[in-house]
Design a protein around this ligand. Structure first.
Ligand SMILES: *Cc1c(COP(=O)(O)O)cnc(C)c1O
Length: 451
């Protein structure tokens, strides 16, 4: 008698798993909207201050103080904040940026707006962040900076990355779009490099609309970012060489943050640390219950390291097929789905180096693709990740009895995994998928299961 719904060709009623855009029960709803946020937005509307900077300035100060950084510059998107960080540290024509390939495109695609190129480095198999051992392979005379992405909230190995950058005189930009509040050995991510960019859009953990923010301790980076794309703030520019160029945003962009977002941010920053702590407790509880269960591993830093996952953006777990007699990840996820965990889908975003814009397309019309130096994009760990990780429920509330229901499903499937071992001729056909989304839907086809 088979114990698993899938081996009976059945399907159990789905457990709620939420999705990224504010739906689901209290367990999954995000962001948590307070009355103060609602009141703040209405006030901005009523007072006609949507396009000002006074509220944004307050939010910038609060966000910078929370992170312990001198300067913050609000943007209308995270993409814009990262582009300004690139210009801010001096990335320009003919330069190269080293970046991991498993990330959202806005960690690097903006290089083309600056006449620069990108070289992809491999990731570490357990942090899923840039692998320090692969960075030096990617350094060429053109290299200007390393983009460090704290992927899915997991801090990158800064103790090893910072000395490599120093040794080769490279800048570091941190993309903290997944890791608001994540600590690396007790220190905030986003504070290790020369500049950091954060997405604050509504699917992220610090979710205040379409918005982004740049943090830096360097006055020059801050002022260059203003010079590039912040028309109304040109008067803040004080460094003589920059001042003589100021007046117009010389990048030709306008990236001011919308004040309906900054007013929400001012409220969220009061609530976020507490909410983040609750998510952290819930997610750690989930993984603690599964500790020692074969076939699955948490994506989280070791306990006692002082490193944390922040609010666990889009959490994924590792699947270790060898411990389950070669079970395929698609079959495993299909079984979890049949037991009601609809969100369990294999893989993450398609590695960027597989897109033609990074390998074939002649962006500058120079007659060759725009990765100038020809460093190879042979990234074995990156290319293997799709078979090693899968999407798990993202609990927002620490309610152990509720979380136990999901844990029990995992244990049931793992204990009875032998029922699935024929692997049922399921082939996986990975489709291009350029953004993280917890389940396949018509907007982001993550994976097709072909029988
Ligand atoms: C979301 C995201 C961005 C871009 O932010 P937007 O606010 O959507 O422009 C950049 N990098 C990463 C890693 C992201 O996930």
């Amino acid at each position: 008698m088979s114990k698993l719904a899938l081996s009976r060709n059945g399907k159990k009623a789905p457990l709620d798993c939420g999705n990224m855009f504010a739906t689901g029960s209290k367990m999954f709803k995000w962001p948590i909207v307070s009355q103060a946020m609602r009141d703040g937005v209405i006030k901005v509307l009523d007072e006609g201050t949507m396009s000002g900077t006074a509220i944004t300035n307050k939010f910038e100060r609060a966000f910078a103080d929370w992170n312990g950084v001198k300067y913050a510059l609000g943007h209308n998107t995270g993409t814009a904040s990262l582009q300004c960080a690139m210009y801010g540290i001096g990335l320009g024509a003919g330069d190269e940026l080293i970046c991991p390939s498993i990330t959202y495109w806005a960690s690097c695609l903006q290089v083309f707006s600056l006449g620069a190129g990108v070289v992809f480095a491999d990731v570490d198999p357990w942090t899923l962040c840039i692998d320090p051992d692969d960075i030096e392979r990617c350094i060429t005379p053109r290299t200007k900076a390393i983009m460090v992405v704290h992927y899915l909230g997991h801090p990158a190995d800064m103790d090893r990355i910072v000395p490599i950058a120093k040794k080769h005189n490279l800048k570091i930009i941190e993309d903290v779009s997944h890791a608001h509040g994540s600590l690396y050995k007790g220190r905030m991510t986003g504070t290790f490099g020369d500049a950091a960019g954060y997405s604050l859009m509504s699917a992220k953990t610090f979710a205040i609309g379409e918005a982004g923010i740049l943090l830096t301790n360097e006055r020059e980076v801050y002022e260059r970012a203003i010079l590039f794309a912040h028309h109304s703030r040109q008067s803040e520019i004080s460094i003589p060489e920059l001042k003589s160029e100021a007046g117009l945003p010389i990048g030709g962009y306008k990236y001011r943050m919308h004040q309906m977002s900054s007013v929400v941010g001012l409220e969220m920053i009061k609530d976020f640390p507490g909410q983040m702590a609750e998510v952290d407790a819930a997610m750690n509880y989930f993984w603690d219950q599964l500790e020692g269960t074969p076939g699955v591993r948490a994506h989280r830093p070791p306990k006692g390291s002082g490193s944390t996952m922040g609010a666990w953006y889009c959490p994924h777990g590792f699947f270790v097929s060898e411990e389950l007699n070669g079970l395929s990840i698609t079959r495993f996820c299909e079984a979890l789905q049949a037991e009601g965990i609809s969100i369990a889908t294999p893989g993450c975003t398609t590695p960027l180096h597989h897109h033609r814009v990074f390998s074939k397309i002649d962006v500058y019309g120079s007659g060759h693709p725009s990765n100038f130096s020809g460093v190879s994009s042979d990234l074995p760990v990156t290319d293997g990740v799709q078979e090693r990780i899968f999407y798990i429920p993202w609990f927002k509330k620490f309610i152990p009895s509720e979380i136990d229901r999901y844990v029990d499903v995992f244990k049931l499937v793992i204990e009875n995994h032998r029922e699935l071992l024929d692997n049922k001729a399921i082939q996986q056909k990975v489709l291009d998928r350029w953004a993280l989304s917890p389940k396949k839907d018509k907007h982001s086809k993550k994976m097709e299961l072909v029988k």
